[in-house]
Write a protein that binds this ligand. Structure first.
Ligand SMILES: [Zn+2]
Length: 212
């Protein structure tokens, strides 16, 4: 097995942070990204707290353990690090987490209704309707546990009055799910403006697990 390239993984995380701004998923210093370091029992990379993405360098990405302790790096980890660690503990299938604060997903969070399956790829990526977790402050482990209860085995969840979180086997998948959920949230809002009964898809009935 080839050894994990930590520097390349940090560059990758920064690249997706910048993309999250480019795609309109994040504003200011909002959002955070983490990945599980393969081959290490208890090490994760995560974005630092309160640093603008366009000022961030790969060296600013920090290493933490599952107790959310800073192991290596020049900054404190994201204030939502405990939420990420709650997911890694509960979901061994998850190796990457993307938290963003996009407008259309947040609209559904404020309405308090799940983002139902308007677009086929969103349904495949998220593995079903995206549930809404009722508002709680997100800087503690209890939030992470409640969020995992809401998300279950799905790959996406909306935090009401706050943002979107997606998970994946790798960072590329987790990010693609964020983009897919946000575009489906936008379509659903437009559809619901003209009908109470938009045509939606159910994951279990699709009979497919990879994106089209
Ligand atoms: Zn946030």
């Amino acid at each position: 097995m080839t050894s994990f390239d930590l520097a390349a993984a940090k560059r990758d995380i920064l690249d997706y942070c910048l993309r999250s701004m480019e795609y309109g998923l994040n504003f200011n210093t909002q959002g955070n990204i983490s990945v599980r370091i393969p081959g290490e029992d208890d090490r994760f990379l995560i974005t630092p707290t309160d640093l603008e993405y366009d000022k961030m360098t790969p060296e600013d990405i920090v290493v933490v353990d599952s107790e959310s302790r800073l192991i290596e790096g020049p900054h404190e980890p994201s204030s939502e690090v405990t939420v990420h660690m709650a997911i890694y503990r509960r979901r061994p299938d998850v190796n990457a987490i993307v938290h963003t604060e996009p407008i259309y997903s947040n609209v559904w969070g404020v309405i308090g209704e799940p983002i139902t399956g308007t677009l086929v790829n969103m349904v495949i990526y998220s593995k079903g309707d995206v549930p809404i977790m009722p508002f709680e402050l997100s800087n503690n482990t209890a939030f992470g546990d409640h969020m995992c209860d809401t998300m279950g085995d799905l790959n996406a969840v909306v935090w009401a009055n706050h943002g979107l979180l997606t998970v994946g086997e790798n960072l590329r998948d987790a990010f693609k799910t964020s983009v897919a959920v946000e575009s489906a949230a936008k379509v659903l809002l437009h559809a619901r403006a003209v009908t109470d009964k938009p045509i939606v898809l159910e994951y279990d009935k699709l009979g497919i697990t990879s994106a089209l």
